[in-house]
Design a protein around this ligand. Structure first.
Ligand SMILES: NC(=O)c1ccc[n+]([C@@H]2O[C@H](COP(=O)([O-])OP(=O)(O)OC[C@H]3O[C@@H](n4cnc5c(N)ncnc54)[C@H](O)[C@@H]3O)[C@@H](O)[C@H]2O)c1
Length: 270
């Protein structure tokens, strides 16, 4: 590389939609993709925080816009994807990161490695709410980008599952079920759309410090149990997960589809 010549970013020139982009893992992923050369559409239901993330991306020299999106709305997905394709002429990356734990703070008990309410206390209403955001939202987003990605000659869909999509625990059963759905949905979508060169992969974070886990990690007993279960001896950072998203979004992963990338400090290796 000649002195002074700019090194192209790892996702240079690509267009990315990032859901859950206002907070935690989604916010960091939006920043990392933008720093590596992508134009990023930051989506969330938290407009105030989402706009702050876009401001920060732009201040750092990146390209981003904020759009309100409830991932459980098929009509909103259709409008967002159409607007994005029209504005940028193509769409290459979707990271489905928006999610809810569904945890009732009053039930933040620690009965095993994770905290949450028990199966017998789970209401149907709560079950449906968690499934709607985490599982249905991922389905609707992936479905909405298939046609534009096909038109673009391919793309990369990255779905944030969890270690809770691989192993069971005392965390609420609906969260486990929703993340298990994301894991196997991603594999089926990967098979169906490999001929379109649309890659679909899932990422499985362990315990990451974000606003979602903050209530649990603020409880020393909960934090200690989780830390003890994490061989690398620290909680994950949003950047640990964002770097996995970056790899799967980039052409470095052009032969990777239907895979599950576990980023958990070694927890599930145990
Ligand atoms: N933090 C962890 O330890 C951990 C571990 C495994 C998996 N995950 C998963 O990672 C993802 C990000 O979690 P986080 O820890 O960054 O949490 P977070 O609470 O910081 O961020 C989640 C974001 O999703 C948004 N959101 C919620 N419902 C939405 C909807 N209907 N439409 C659009 N946006 C919506 C929220 O407004 C928020 O900005 C989630 O899917 C979560 O389940 C997190």
């Amino acid at each position: 590389m000649e002195a002074g010549k700019q090194v192209p970013g790892r996702v240079q020139g690509k267009v990315a939609i990032v859901t859950g982009g206002a907070s935690g893992i989604g916010a960091e992923t939006a920043k990392v993709l933008a720093a590596e050369g992508a134009a990023v559409v930051v989506c969330d239901v938290n407009d105030a925080l989402g706009q702050v993330i876009v401001y920060e991306i732009k201040a750092a020299g990146g390209t981003a816009v904020y759009r309100n999106l409830d991932v459980a709305s098929e009509a909103q997905w259709a409008a967002l994807v159409a607007e994005t394709e029209e504005a940028y002429g193509r769409l290459g990356i979707l990271t489905n990161i928006a999610g809810i734990s569904g945890r009732d703070p009053a039930q933040n008990i620690q009965t095993g490695l994770t905290a949450g309410g028990l199966l017998e206390d789970q209401t149907l209403e709560k079950w449906n709410q968690i499934m709607e955001v985490n599982a249905t939202g991922t389905f609707l987003g992936t479905k909405a980008v298939i046609a534009p990605m096909r038109r673009a000659g391919g793309g990369s869909v990255i779905n944030i599952s969890s270690i809770c999509g691989i192993v069971g625990s005392f965390a609420n059963v609906a969260y486990h079920a929703s993340k298990g759905a994301v894991r196997i949905f991603s594999k089926a979508a990967a098979i169906q759309h490999a001929p379109d060169r649309i890659r679909v992969n899932s990422i499985h974070p362990g315990f990451v410090d974000t606003p979602m886990t903050q209530p649990g990690h603020a409880n020393p007993e909960v934090a200690k149990q989780r830390m003890d279960a994490t061989p690398l001896g620290r909680f994950g950072t949003p950047n640990d997960i964002a770097m996995g998203c970056l790899y799967l979004a980039s052409d470095e992963a052009s032969w990777v589809t239907g895979s599950e990338l576990v980023i958990d400090g070694g927890m599930t290796a145990n």
